[in-house]
Ligand binder design. Structure first.
Ligand code: 4AD
Ligand code: MG
Length: 458
């Protein structure tokens, strides 16, 4: 079906005064005595193309004005008569491709995001989702470009695993075994399972990412991770997109530098490539968003150690729901206080107590903390978790034993420390959380296609 993209018709002057074919869905329409207007959208741009139907040619245009129906229009692109300039299309012929009855749920101009969540298959046709998913696409491509142009190898790590990277007990089990009351023990049950052992959906590609970094130097993964966290929050989904770079010959300060450079770089790309979308979010969702993003590109991120952060939080003139003591995990309220009230920009918290972090992190000389870094962003909280990795076999083994881990599933990982071990580090970016930060959308369920959350598969 030969036709022009509406984004091109709107922006490319070579269409002016030319006969052109466009296809799209009717977003709004209005009828008057001599002409009727259709705002047509084909998904390629947030802006609609206004199609003008002259009543001399279209005596009864009512079939073309029905919200949600799909049309093919042949017409001439002409300068717009409206006060906003631009172009519109004067229609010659119109064909209805698909009708749309009045029960089409997107009749009103504005719906709440909560309502739209109940129609995930149709909500994408609303302006908000047109903008969210374009920003998402541009940011994904910008991340790829960032790493591709710096000699990182894009690797695809397995999604089914026998090991637990984060050790937080949040793994979904993978099984083909039916419930069988005859089975005597767990061991017997899993021996008969598909892989002959217990297996899970991966919470992170990091462990395999480290394997790759020890061969290719710099790698990144970008794919889904799965977490069976029972937290029903605006920041958690059970299936999220995870970008995980891993870098050989890198220590914690290098990891911080890469994170900051990467975030600034991709936000800059979004500002360049999605000006209309970001202006839309600034107007409708987060006033000041553009200023926030422009400042981000130019300001140095904050850096604070966990120990210093605890002191700041203890002195804070705020009633936290969760009390603060050295050793406690930072809650969202603490993270947001640091990023929003104290630093007013993204801030790294480094060197967390080893007890609240995973086994693989490099142990600091103090014997109490590890070389971890979380990046906290205003409005969202943690968007990145990373660290330098423990490269010393004996220390790593000790950390795993302290945690009571069985070593079977980690033999290959441990061998990396035996054969040419090097200082290395990496991080995991929660891609949806970056989208939340970049768009000002406050609920993670509105930046992913079909959210999977506790008690519900949308
Ligand atoms: O901090 P996390 O647990 O770190 C890791 O998984 C490391 N293995 C990463 C690495 O060093 N390669 O997760 C990384 C990020 C978090 O900062 C958060 O942005 C995101 O993943 N994340 C989630 N996003 C949405 N829903 C969830 N349930 C998430 N859990 C983590
Ligand atoms: Mg984390």
């Amino acid at each position: 079906m030969k036709h022009a993209d509406i984004c091109d018709v709107l922006s490319d002057a070579s269409y002016l005064n030319q006969s052109t074919t466009v296809c799209g869905w009717v977003r709004t329409s209005r009828d008057s005595k001599t002409v009727a207007f259709v705002e047509l959208n084909d998904g390629t741009s947030l802006k609609h193309l206004q199609v003008v139907l002259d009543k001399e040619k279209f005596a009864d245009p009512s079939a073309f004005l029905k919200l949600g129906s799909s049309l093919r229009v042949v017409g001439t692109v002409v300068p717009s008569q409206g006060k906003n300039g631009g172009v519109e299309m004067s229609a010659e012929t119109v064909e209805v491709l698909g009708t749309c009855p009045p029960e089409y749920p997107l009749q009103k101009k504005r719906h709440t995001l909560e309502f739209l969540r109940t129609i995930p298959h149709l909500r994408l046709r609303a302006n908000t989702f047109n903008a969210v998913f374009r920003v998402r696409s541009i940011l994904a491509a910008a991340l790829h470009e960032y790493f591709q142009s710096r000699h990182y190898v894009y690797v695809h790590t397995p999604l089914i695993t026998a090991s637990d990277c984060e050790g937080a007990g949040e793994m979904f089990r993978v099984t083909t075994q039916p419930w069988n009351a005859e089975v005597k023990s767990e061991e017997e049950y899993f021996k008969n399972d598909f892989f002959g052992q217990k297996s899970f959906l991966s919470v992170s590609g990091q462990l395999e990412g480290e394997v790759c970094a020890m061969a290719f130097g710099k790698i990144y993964t970008f794919g889904p991770s799965f977490r069976a966290e029972c937290s029903n929050t605006p920041r958690h989904v059970a299936e999220f997109w995870h970008m995980e770079p891993e870098i050989a010959f890198a220590e914690l300060p290098d990891v911080l530098e890469i994170i900051e450079d990467m975030i600034k770089n991709v936000i800059k790309v979004a500002l360049e490539k999605c000006p209309t979308e970001l202006a839309f979010f600034d107007k409708n969702f987060q006033p000041g968003l553009l200023e926030k993003l422009n400042n981000l590109v130019n300001e140095k991120f904050g850096v604070v150690t966990y120990t210093e952060a605890i002191e700041i939080l203890k002195k804070a003139d705020v009633e936290f729901q969760y009390p603060v003591e050295w050793g406690c995990d930072l809650q969202t309220e603490h993270e947001r206080y640091l990023a929003e009230t104290v630093y007013k920009r993204p801030v790294f918290v480094t060197d967390y107590p080893k007890e609240i972090k995973s086994f693989y992190m490099k142990q600091n000389a103090d014997g109490k903390t590890v070389a971890a870094c979380d990046l906290l962003a205003p409005g969202v909280g943690e968007i990145i978790g990373g660290s330098e990795r423990e490269a010393d076999l004996e220390k790593l083994l000790a950390a795993m034993k302290e945690r009571g881990m069985t070593l079977d599933a980690y033999e290959q990982y441990l061998e990396l420390r035996k054969f040419g071990s090097v200082p290395h580090g990496g991080f995991g970016l929660g891609f949806e959380r970056l989208i939340m930060y970049a768009t000002g959308i406050e609920n993670i369920r509105d930046v992913i296609l079909f959210p999977r959350v506790v008690n519900k598969i949308f």
